[in-house]
Write a protein that binds this ligand. Structure first.
Ligand SMILES: C[S@@+](CC[C@H](N)C(=O)[O-])C[C@H]1O[C@@H](n2cnc3c(N)ncnc32)[C@H](O)[C@@H]1O
Length: 184
């Protein structure tokens, strides 16, 4: 059975070292932030969300887990380059809305998702990987997916490998786009 999160992790795990700099571009309740913090205990994890409650929930989660290697930032991921002044080895985007928040209005949007993904690609070090989980089951998610596929298909194949992992017999199911920056 295809598990989206397991597949996303399988893409980035090979490039993560204990001292890597990583980023969770959609912090939410902090599951992915916690995962990244555990993978890079001597490194650093930047995490972004526009919702104060996401930052609070994640701070609580990390405190309970005894993890102190994250910087939690309450700002749009579109502004990530204002906060990150070093290269990252891996980044995760988990698009859509915060599960369980009751507020489905506060979901990711094309106008900030695209600049955020472009900035994230600029921040990637050579050999680094960005993984984006897309949810086409709702209208904005479907449009985000189309936009990302169209734009990321234009990345120069000399420098990037862009992969899509998608269930072809379930068109509305979530899918993954991974962007690898070649190590050359
Ligand atoms: C699917 S949830 C992320 C789940 C999260 N990774 C976890 O482990 O719980 C998507 C998150 O993206 C956040 N978000 C929406 N627009 C954003 C933006 N412009 N910048 C940063 N985060 C944003 C939402 O507030 C929501 O918490």
């Amino acid at each position: 059975m295809f598990e989206l999160l397991d597949a996303a992790k399988a893409f980035i795990e090979p490039v993560i070292k204990p001292d890597s700099v990583l980023c969770d571009f959609t912090m939410g309740n902090g599951h992915d932030t916690e995962y990244l913090c555990r993978r890079a205990p001597q490194g650093k994890v930047y995490a972004f969300d526009i919702q104060e409650s996401a930052v609070e929930n994640t701070a609580k989660r990390l405190k309970e887990a005894g993890l102190e290697n994250a910087e939690l930032i309450c700002a749009s991921h579109a502004d990530c380059k204002k906060y990150i002044h070093e290269q990252i080895s891996a980044g995760m985007f988990n698009l859509g809305y915060l599960p369980g928040s009751g507020n489905k209005e506060l979901h990711t949007m094309r106008e900030s998702t695209m600049p955020a993904v472009s900035s994230a690609i600029e921040l990637l070090k050579k050999g680094g990987i960005l993984v984006i989980s897309v949810y086409p089951g709702h209208e904005e998610g479907r449009l985000e997916g189309e936009m990302l596929c169209e734009k990321l298909a234009q990345l120069d194949k000399k420098y990037y490998c862009v992969t899509m992992l998608k269930l072809i017999n379930s068109p509305d199911a979530p899918f993954i786009i991974a962007v690898e920056k070649y190590d050359k």
